[in-house]
Design a binder for this molecule. Structure first.
Ligand code: DAH
Length: 338
């Protein structure tokens, strides 16, 4: 019989040679079982040590255990090398890549414009009020001194729900709704959606307005000019000139349309202002006595002014946007710029 040390050397070289030749996980496992398994070659050797002559037993036992450890380590390393190689090949997770940012929502440019305008008026002591978008004909027209069959109704292409119910064509009904509820003095602005049967590059069937109303004793046109000038200087800049042009609205007398100096050409005349140097931004005037009578305000004691503007229009002028519909296209590339 071979000396035990020779047998162990043989086992070692057989095991390491077959391991070196193996490149596949299952083959390595088979070799491991062949040498170290319950019926493996080395296990068998260890189990039969008691058959060896007494003097060689301790040395043989010790060497066999050392070899066992060595082979266990070799198999373990071979298997984990294969695991690592496999992971490197697998596509998908590369933990060194930068993460994908979570995109964050933001306010719509018209919401921002609305907030900015409201902020200016809030600083001037105005309170924000709101009202229904589906409105009674009475509030939208009648009480604002626009009787049925009045030609002024043709100025606004109204969506009728029924004979007496409309989608509000402006936020002016909030003048009436507020004054019905409160005694003067009144100082409100009313932002909100309005509807007109109209659609082209400067009109959408739904758009947004801000109505303003101030009523108190001794209010005159100079106050209106002062408030609107302050407003324009906040939204545009301090150098922007204003011009009040005589106009007609049934609910104000006198009425005016307010222009600002063209923000593009500074008044020289360009395509945006149709060479006039001016841009129309809102309608305004002194509250018509007929309107006060409808809400039972004493016209001998109180006077007031009102104004109304389109939020989209102000935003277009402020940001130089030529197509109103862009605000409602939901194109993130456009919206992201604000
Ligand atoms: N309501 C008018 C419109 O939608 C705008 C307007 C003009 C409102 C003059 C006013 C005003 O309060 O005095 O065209």
């Amino acid at each position: 019989m071979n000396a035990p040390s020779n047998m162990l050397e043989q086992i070692q070289s057989d095991a390491l040679e077959s391991l070196a030749a193996a490149s596949d996980e299952s083959v390595i496992q088979e070799i491991q079982t062949h040498f170290l398994g319950r019926k493996g070659v080395l296990t068998h050797f260890l189990r039969n040590i008691s058959d060896l002559p007494k003097e060689v037993r301790p040395e043989a036992g010790k060497s066999a255990n050392v070899l066992k450890k060595k082979l266990e380590t070799a198999f373990h390393n071979a298997l984990s090398d294969i695991q690592t190689a496999k992971q490197d090949q697998e596509p998908g997770i590369d933990i060194t890549l930068p993460g994908r940012p979570v995109s964050c929502g933001a306010f719509h440019p018209l919401t921002l414009m609305n907030q900015e305008i409201c902020d200016v008026f809030k600083q001037l002591g105005f309170e924000i009020v709101e009202g229904p978008e589906v409105e009674l004909d009475y509030y939208n027209f009648e009480a604002l001194n626009i009787p049925k069959d009045h030609p002024a109704r043709d100025m606004q292409d109204t969506f009728y729900i029924s004979d007496n119910v409309v989608l509000r064509t402006h936020t002016s009904p909030l003048q009436i709704r507020t004054m019905e509820k409160r005694k003067p003095p009144v100082r409100i602005i009313a932002p909100g959606k309005v509807y007109r049967c109209d659609s082209d590059i400067t009109h959408t069937p739904m758009f947004q307005q801000i109505e303003g109303l101030l009523v108190d004793k001794n209010i005159h046109f100079g106050h209106l000019k002062g408030i609107l000038t302050t407003f324009v200087h906040h939204i545009f800049d301090e150098q922007t000139l204003l011009r009040f042009r005589p106009s007609f609205f049934p609910f104000t007398e006198p009425s005016a349309e307010v222009d600002i100096q063209c923000v593009m050409c500074r008044g020289d005349g360009c395509r945006v202002c149709s060479q006039t140097g001016w841009l129309e931004i809102l309608g305004a005037g002194m509250v018509h006595p007929a309107v006060f009578e409808n809400v039972h305000y004493d016209t001998d004691q109180y006077t007031g002014f009102a104004f109304g503007m389109g939020i989209e229009r102000i935003a277009m002028l402020k940001y130089g946007i030529d197509d109103l519909r862009k605000f409602y296209d939901n194109d993130i590339r456009f919206l992201n710029q604000f």
